[in-house]
Design a protein around this ligand. Sequence first.
Ligand SMILES: Nc1ncnc2c1ncn2[C@@H]1O[C@H](COP(=O)(O)OP(=O)(O)OP(=O)(O)O)[C@@H](O)[C@H]1O
Ligand SMILES: [Mg+2]
Length: 259
Amino acid sequence: MIEIKNIHKQFGIHHVLKGINLTVRKGEVVTIIGPSGSGKTTFLRCLNLLERPDEGVISLQDKVINCSYPSKKDIYWLRKQTAMVFQQYHLFAHKTVIENVMEGLTIARKMRKQDAYAVAENELIKVGLQDKLNVYPSQLSGGQKQRVGIARALAIHPDVLLFDEPTAALDPELVGEVLEVMLEIVKTGATMIVVTHEMEFAKRVSDQVVFMDEGVIVEQGTPEEVFRYTKKERTRQFLRRVSPEYLYEPKEFIKEPVI
Ligand SMILES: Nc1ncnc2c1ncn2[C@@H]1O[C@H](COP(=O)(O)OP(=O)(O)OP(=O)(O)O)[C@@H](O)[C@H]1O
Ligand SMILES: [Mg+2]
C-alpha cells in the first residue's frame, strides 16, 4: 500500500498542488483524469521525488518519508520502489532497445550485465518486442518506443508503476497496442497509478478514478461512481468535454423532448 498525505507543490507563486491525499492498496489501479494544467504530472513526479514537494508525507512498505526533507537514502529508495512511464518515452537515443532497459538494472540496481540482459530480454518479450532488442529508438514506431518505456519500468520490479499519459503522444492507430500491454500488466496484479485521457480504459481497469482540477482532488470513487453517478458539476463538465459517449445526466439536466 502507498499512502500519500497532504502533498503541496508551488512553482514560485503558482500553487500547483494544494494538499493531495491518496491511498492506493496493493494491486489497485488508480487512474487520474483532469484538465491540462491541473497538476497531474507534477503529482506523479512528486511521488518518486523527481519533483520535491513543499509539504507532504509518503508511506510505502514500512517507511514514512517526509517529502519536504527527504534524505538522499530515502530518495534513492523511493525511486527503486516506483517506476515512471513518461508521455515522451525518455529513451536514450544512442542506446539500443535492450541497453535502454538494462540501464536501470546495471546502474541503479548494480546488477551484473549478463543478469541484466536476461531480465531486460524477458520484459521486452512481455511487451512483444523480442525482435527489436538490438535496434535504436529512432528505428521504432511511437507505440514500440512506449513499449520499451514500459519494459524499462517493469524491469526494476517496482512496488508501484506510475504512468503519465502513456498514449498521449501516439498516433491514434498506435494507442491500442500500448493499452493492450497495460491491460496485461493490470492482469498481473501490479499496483498502478495512471494519468490518462483514455476514458474507456479508465472505466475498464480502475479500482479508483480520481478527478483532479486546479491542484485538488475534486472527486474520487469507483468508475461507476465517477462516470455514472457523478456528484460534482466540475467533473461532469470535464467528462462531457473529453468523453463524447458520456451520456449520463441527472434528471434535472435532461430537457423535455421537443415535439
Ligand atoms: N517546473 C515547473 N516550473 C514552473 N511551473 C511548472 C513546472 N512544472 C509544471 N508547472 C506548472 O504547473 C501546472 C501543472 O502542470 P502539470 O504538468 O502538472 O499539469 P498536467 O495536469 O499534467 O497537465 P497536462 O494534462 O497538460 O499534462 C501548470 O500550470 C504548469 O505550467
Ligand atoms: Mg501532464
